[in-house]
Design a protein around this ligand. Structure first.
Ligand SMILES: [Mg+2]
Length: 215
């Protein structure tokens, strides 16, 4: 975990979902591999070669732009529109195959709910987010969910964060963003004047009560 900034007054937490509210290397890997497998089939290529091409594209992007590119934006460059990408994710991702209710996460959110509002900002579609939160047993804590289909752009674009702030009705300076990828989840919120905490997985979220004691 790395705490980048905790604002002196804080009333909302904006969470990333995948690899933040749960830790499942298997699901994280399949979320990349399943759409690549579909793309490979559509193009009549092997999965291995398609994955090599996607990885090479993303690695070149980091070298030339100095920041990571989302899978959604990568797929656009391989001819898969945003709308198609959203549909593929809705069809291919089955969180219940990998995840189960998390009583410790639930307890953590319950203990923070009297002091903070919660929002979820994810590069997955809203319906996938809802299914994921339901499997984890925490869906009722998130009245604000901003997904790929909400703003039609993916993080690290600032728009999803601005949308979450607007819906929460809370200024950026009173918010903390939490997520597992600095470029996507932490850098844009810090630029907007929010706080930021980089986590290594849900185990770090369990420690939030102690970390936010003074916030
Ligand atoms: Mg994540």
């Amino acid at each position: 975990m790395k705490v980048y900034r905790i604002p002196p007054v804080c009333s909302a937490l904006i969470f990333d979902m995948d690899s933040t509210l749960y830790t499942s290397p298997e699901y994280a890997g399949d979320q990349i591999d399943l759409p690549i497998r579909r793309l490979a089939r559509l193009r009549g290529r092997s999965f291995e070669l398609m994955k090599e091409d996607i990885d090479a594209y993303r690695n070149t992007w980091v070298k030339t732009h100095g920041e990571n590119i989302s899978l959604t934006n990568t797929f656009k460059n391989f001819g898969v529109s945003l709308e198609e990408n959203i549909r593929w994710r809705e069809e291919l991702y089955e969180p219940s195959r990998y995840l189960k209710p998390d009583p410790v996460l639930r307890e953590t959110l319950e203990s923070l709910a009297s002091r903070f509002s919660f929002a979820l900002v994810t590069n997955n579609p809203v319906s996938v987010a809802q299914r994921t939160l339901a499997v984890l047993g925490v869906v009722e804590f998130f009245t604000v969910i901003v997904g790929l289909d909400t703003c039609k752009v993916s993080k690290p674009h600032q728009a999803p964060f601005l949308k979450a702030l607007e819906t929460l009705g809370i200024p950026p300076g009173e918010c903390i963003a939490l997520g597992d990828r600095y470029d996507f989840d932490i850098a844009p919120p810090l630029e907007l004047g929010m706080g930021g905490i980089l986590v290594d997985g849900v185990e770090d979220v369990y420690c939030l009560k102690g970390i936010l004691k003074g916030a």
